[in-house]
Write a protein that binds this ligand. Sequence first.
Ligand code: ADP
Ligand code: MG
Length: 391
Amino acid sequence: MGAGAGAEAARQVRDTFAELYGGAPQGVWAAPGRVNLIGEHTDYNDGFVMPFALPHVTTAALARRDDGVLRLHSADVPGGPVELRVEDLAPQSDTNWTAYPAGVVWALREAGHPVTGADVHLTSTVPSGAGLSSSAALEVVVALALNDLFGLGIEGRQLARLCQRAENVYVGAPTGIMDQTASACCTDGHALFLDTRDLAQRQIPFDLAREGLRLLVVDTRVQHAHSDGEYGKRRAGCEKGAALLGVDALRDVAYAGLDAALARLGDEAEVRRLVRHIVTENERVERVVSLLESAGPRAIGPVLTEGHASLRDDFRISCPELDLAVDTALSSGALGARMTGGGFGGSAIVLAEESDVPSLTEAIEAAFATAGHTAPRVFEAVPSAGARRIA
Ligand code: ADP
Ligand code: MG
């Protein structure tokens, strides 16, 4: 399936909606997946992140209902529409995919918005479980559509907050605010510099093609599991670090004061490593912003690679497939490479000269074959638009 959300995609979604529900939808909306350029695991430490939107989108056709019925269908899941009642929605009552869109309806209603039901049909080109945030794309597209159909007047950042609440409370997955904000707020040709403490945003021009560069995503096809214990352990370790250092969040530990902070943590070896990653990662995000504004995208390669080493050695969330993708890219001429997303699988990103893309791709595929790993999916990531109505 192509990555675009053009007129043809919108027509197909409308047709399928009509077949499923026996009438035309009231509109079609699209919300993208995202890649995080830099700023990993900083979002639950009140820190900085820098995602950009992918051309890959989740597309939704919807019609509102006023009888309390919510019908949900995804082209990517076998079976007909699932029917729920909005009054019955309750956190962690659903372990299926429907918890994501139902959670959005629940979060909107909890916040006092009169959402009285809908018919929903979805389809997606965002790879699921690849660390590219198919879950946020799904939440945001449904939230944006309901916002329009019920005239709720909620702006992007607030919509992202409600989607995060749907994922944290209703689905029960403890994620930060980055993914939903990226899907809701990114713009074409830019990366989003986001301060997760106050949600202050700056769109930073990130036009790779003009510089003769490409950013490759290497989806290792290794499935991560956010809700497994590892994410929670890192999060708890960061909270412990903040408590031991007497700050609200690790964001408050200045890079200039890092050595002193680490010394205060004494023999808490694991907490020291986690703190060092978060504090240096926030500094890397700021460095990438200033390099993009002063020197252009070619200059950020080494910072991406430093970020990978920190995630591998200090935060310890890489895996053999991610390390192989990064190491092979770097030894084949990439300007920089790092794992991206939550870790333990998912995707790596590779910054490269356009002319090196074919040989780099081949080298990565060959290395995976030699190591006996499942063949990775390698594709180009062009910084694209955030969520919008498309028909
Ligand atoms: P990621 O967000 O990195 O892709 P998650 O585990 O957070 O991975 O979310 C993936 C889950 O989101 C899937 O297992 C599925 O439940 C749900 N999901 C995402 N996209 C779709 C879709 N198009 N149709 C149905 N469910 C989807
Ligand atoms: Mg997700």
